[in-house]
Structure formats: structure tokens, C-alpha cells
Write a protein that binds this ligand. Structure first.
Ligand SMILES: Nc1nc2c(ncn2[C@@H]2O[C@H](COP(=O)(O)OP(=O)(O)O)[C@@H](O)[C@H]2O)c(=O)[nH]1
Ligand SMILES: [Mg+2]
Length: 309
């Protein structure tokens, strides 16, 4: 399979987005696992390659141990592939962004630290929902900087979504409340709330997110917002600590892994899903409006193991 769709050289594909990872730690892995049953030293190499790919030291050790012990007669490469696939959290294959209560809008709250790609992901998600014929409202609840509101407006223009915004410095909870009001009044199908990037170590900012969640529950009880944690794939193992803290503060329902195109270490997917049991829902593979792909675990693992064009 080639890295891009031959019909459209600019189309984003999973294989294209994983080019670096496939050439990076996975290329080493494929080299070690491609031939006869690996010697003990080669298994050490497999463990190192997995660690280099950001799978995490402990997990890498566990994968190698289990793959070595597997007595199912499969090749070494196939055993490692099966062990990696087994780390991914179980999910409903039909999952999509849908309202929890029929007749109410789907509500998506997007959280994460600074610069991970939250606003960009919202623009891409808005475009995706618009393509599906849904009416989308973006809530500019990153009120820290005027530029953040403008950035969201630009994505709204590009994707054909509406924006609800207050002045810079406004209460994020009030913005989200108004956006829900607007969604009900206008019969919108989807509300996506942008939030200011925050360090997971800052308790008062994490409390603010919890407050936004309570406001959503008060305005639209039972709406069960999809709470997406946006993780920059180039962050490394610290991403796990971030995800854990956000999960404790707001209860995450999914992860969006951005900038997979910029890293050779796509193994962080396995660490996140294994440790948090929260599914990766989308992956970001570029800066463009179409560079967001739904995450398909089986295809992801297959693409990693493919040598590429
Ligand atoms: N290469 C690449 N860059 C991305 C991706 N997602 C976001 N970015 C870039 O990351 C930077 C920060 O994005 P932004 O959405 O402003 O992050 P925020 O602070 O979390 O809202 C911008 O330059 C984006 O273009 C991605 O999937 N791939
Ligand atoms: Mg932003």
C-alpha cells in the first residue's frame, strides 16, 4: 500500500500519517522480527525498539515476555503484532459522535495542555460533522486570549460552523452555557467547546473544567458530553501523566492523538489505551482541515507493520 491515495495525492491517509513511525521504531522491529525465530539478544532489541517508539519501558518488557511465551505457532512478528493489538481498549466498532439523548445536540468538550492541537482538531471535527450534514456550533471557551477566539472563528468560517463567543477574559462556563442555549434555539446538532490549554498540575484550572462539565449537566441533563483529551504524539511518556490528571478532573471519554505525522514514535497509542482504558477516537496526521482520521485499531496496527512505499 502506498502512503497517499493515488486518486488524490493530497489526501490524508493512515499510511501517510504513519510514515515516520513506520520508518522509525517499526522499521527496526520489522528487521528484527522478519526472519527466523529471534535469538535472545534480538528480543532485547525488540524491547529497545518498542521503548524507542514510546510504548513505555514497562509495557515493552511485558509485550516481549508475552510474545516470547506465546505457543500458538505464529511467527515472532505475528506474535508481537497480536500482543500490541491486545493492548488496545475494547470499543464498539459502530461508535460515532452522536447525542446521548435523542433530540438533544451532541456535545463535545475538548481539553488538553497548551499547543497540543485542540483548536485545530475542533476545526477538523467541525468540517467532518458539516460534511455529514449536521449543524455545528463552536463555543469559544478558550477566553484567555483574543487570538484564540479569532483562531476558532477562522476554523468556523472554513468549516461552515457557527461560533458563540464572549469577550476575552469571560467565564468559560458562561460561554458554554450560551452555546448550548443557541444550539437548542437554532436546532443545531453538534456543539464543540474549545477550552484554554492548561497544565494538568494547576488545580484551579482543572477545577474550572470540572465546573464547565457541571454547567453542561445543568443546562442539558443527561447529555453525557464526549470529553476528548487532545494529546500531542510528540510529547512522549509525559502524555500519560497529563491524560491521567485530566481524566481525574473531568472524566475523559476519548483521546485525540495529534501530530502523528511529526513523530517516529507512534507507540504512545498503546501506552495510553493500556493504562487508561480510554479509546483513541481520532488521530491528527497534518495541519489541514482533512487531516483527521477516525482511529481504527486493527488498521492502525496493520499499517505500523507494513513496510510502506
Ligand atoms: N503536523 C501537525 N500539526 C498539527 C496537528 N494538529 C495541530 N497541529 C499544529 O499544532 C499547532 C498548535 O495547534 P492549536 O490547535 O493552536 O493547539 P491548541 O493550543 O491546543 O489549541 C498549530 O501549528 C497546528 O497547526 C497535526 O495533526 N499534525
Ligand atoms: Mg487553542
Amino acid at each position: 500500500m502506498v502512503g497517499t491515495d493515488p486518486r488524490d495525492p493530497t489526501a490524508s491517509t493512515l499510511e501517510g500519517g504513519l510514515t515516520r513511525s513506520r520508518g522509525g521504531f517499526m522499521s527496526r522491529l520489522r528487521g528484527l522480527l522478519g526472519g527466523a525465530e529471534p535469538a535472545p539478544e534480538a528480543w532485547d532489541g525488540v524491547e529497545e525498539a518498542l521503548i524507542a517508539g514510546d510504548v513505555g519501558a514497562q509495557l515493552a518488557g511485558r509485550i516481549v515476555e508475552r510474545a516470547r511465551m506465546r505457543g500458538d505457532g505464529a511467527s515472532a512478528g505475528e506474535r508481537v503484532r497480536l500482543e500490541l493489538a491486545a493492548l488496545l481498549a475494547p470499543r464498539d466498532p459502530d461508535w460515532d459522535l452522536r447525542p446521548a439523548v435523542v433530540g438533544q445536540p451532541t456535545i463535545i468538550l475538548v481539553v488538553g495542555v497548551n499547543g497540543t492541537g485542540k483548536t485545530t482538531t475542533i476545526g477538523k471535527l467541525a468540517a467532518r460533522e458539516r460534511r455529514a450534514g449536521r449543524r455545528v456550533i463552536l463555543a469559544a471557551a478558550d477566553t484567555f486570549r483574543a487570538a484564540a477566539i479569532e483562531q476558532l472563528r477562522a476554523w468556523a468560517d472554513r468549516s461552515g460552523a457557527d461560533v458563540v463567543a464572549h469577550a476575552p477574559g469571560a467565564d468559560p462556563g458562561a460561554v458554554v452555557y450560551d452555546a448550548l442555549d443557541a444550539a437548542v434555539a437554532r436546532g443545531a446538532d453538534v456543539v464543540i467547546a474549545d477550552t484554554a490549554g492548561r497544565l494538568h498540575t494547576k488545580a484551579h484550572l482543572m477545577d474550572e473544567l470540572a465546573k464547565v462539565r457541571r454547567i453542561i449537566e445543568r443546562r442539558l441533563p443527561g447529555s453525557a458530553p464526549e470529553t476528548l483529551f487532545v494529546l500531542d504524539a510528540t510529547t512522549g511518556q509525559n502524555g500519560l501523566a497529563q491524560a491521567r490528571a485530566f481524566n481525574e478532573a473531568v472524566g475523559l471519554t476519548g483521546v485525540v492523538l495529534t501530530k502523528l505525522d511529526s513523530t517516529a514514535r507512534g507507540g504512545i497509542v498503546f501506552a495510553i489505551e493500556d493504562q487508561l482504558r480510554i479509546p483513541v477516537r481520532f488521530i491528527g496526521v497534518g495541519e489541514g482541515i482533512d487531516d483527521l482520521l477516525p482511529f481504527d485499531p486493527a488498521r492502525f496496527v496493520d499499517a505500523l507493520f507494513e513496510a510502506g512505499a
